[in-house]
Design a protein around this ligand. Structure first.
Ligand code: UT7
Length: 330
């Protein structure tokens, strides 16, 4: 699915929540046959955050959501829709989004989870944009939260080095700013399902299984293709975008895209060195960091691009329409 439309929908605020516990490459290399040097060279990751045993997707998601909501200047009752992108929820049901809505006081919102693995945040933003654009909702809270370390075999060096836990959230609003072109591209290729999965009720192991090389090739390809397609649909070139916020999977995948697309590296947000791949959380966590240090400013365009299990991918291009970190206009 691909499309672009003139819209007043924009991002008005962002929040993030990370577990306290830091796990270094060195700590991992005490358990499995790997090394800090190998992990840094092949992925760019130095450390990640790992949720406590009693800390789940809804806990991190609610913290991120509360921060985004506070920064939006809206009341919880103003939120019409809470969507939580996750593929590691605490429960099959109730949805994590319902727990999050309850904790942050969004009692008049519809709330549901959306499962598209590491593309989940892009998918959830696309959903929210559609509902805001149609007039069904005025304000939406979109959360990306995952605790994939809970479904990773700590003895599998192919996966345990790559993932961390965390959550991010944005508030999107209709009428948030002047009309701009908003673009979305979503894709799914189930023929690649075997390359990255975690079983639920189906018989088999309880841990993530991944063919790293295949996912790497897929990620490198779709990151470039999807950014090209969504920008073209909006009548832009990739270099015209102010901020590209890629899923934080592997530094080499992002570097490849930067080179292929001819975009300025400092316009592409990256924080995987400290948080690794937090799945549906990675895009809003990176956006939050760039907003908090004043880089992302009102009126600038933000292109979020995710890819992962499914295999799926998703890009959303929309404006930052909120205040800066000092509370005043950015
Ligand atoms: O959201 C999407 C989630 N998934 C991803 O984004 C994963 C994308 N894939 C990757 O990031 C990379 O494929 C990995 C980081 C997982 C692996 O890096 P790679 O450069 O593709 O390594 P490789 O699988 O081609 O393996 C190269 C060598 C192999 O040894 P031999 O056969 O050449 O002797 C592996 O056995 O590196 C070995 N190896 C390791 N060595 C030390 C694989 N994992 C490790 C490790 N430490 N953790």
């Amino acid at each position: 699915m691909i499309g672009a439309l003139r819209s007043t929908v924009g991002v008005v605020s962002v929040g993030a929540a990370l577990p306290e516990r830091v796990v270094s490459n060195e700590e991992i290399s005490r358990r499995v046959d790997t090394s800090d040097a190998w992990i840094v060279e092949r992925t760019g990751i130095h450390e990640r955050r790992v949720a406590a045993d009693d800390e789940f997707v809804a806990d991190l998601g609610a913290r991120a959501a509360e921060q985004a909501l506070d920064r939006s200047g809206l009341a919880p009752a103003d939120i019409d829709l809470v969507v939580c992108a996750t593929t590691s929820p605490d429960n099959f049901f109730p949805a994590a989004a319902v727990t999050i809505a309850e904790r942050v006081g969004c009692h008049s919102a519809g709330a549901y989870d959306l499962a598209a693995a590491c593309s989940g945040f892009s998918y959830a933003v696309a959903q929210a944009v559609s509902q805001l654009q149609s007039g069904l909702a005025q304000h939406a809270l979109v959360v990306g939260s995952d605790t994939l370390t809970k479904v990773i075999d700590p003895d599998d060096r192919g996966t345990c080095i790559l993932f961390g836990d965390g959550a991010g959230a944005v508030v999107l609003a209709a009428g948030a700013g002047p009309e701009t072109t908003v673009g979305v591209e979503l894709g799914a290729d189930g023929s690649g399902a075997e390359h990255l999965f975690v079983r639920a009720l189906a018989p088999g192991g309880k841990f993530m299984e991944m063919n790293g090389r295949e996912v790497f090739k897929f990620g490198a390809r779709v990151m470039v293709d999807s950014i090209e397609r969504v920008t073209r649909a909006c009548g832009l070139a990739p270099a015209d975008v102010d901020w590209i916020v890629p899923h934080q999977a592997n530094r080499r995948i992002i570097d490849h895209a930067v080179k292929k697309l001819g975009v300025e590296p400092d316009r592409v947000l990256m924080n995987l060195d400290r948080y690794a791949n937090t799945s549906a959380g990675s895009i809003p966590i990176a956006l939050e960091e760039a907003w908090a240090d004043g880089r992302v400013q009102r009126g600038q365009s933000v292109l979020m691009i995710g890819f992962g299990g499914g295999l799926t991918w998703g890009s959303c291009l929309l404006p930052w329409a909120g205040n800066g970190p000092d509370g005043g206009p950015a």
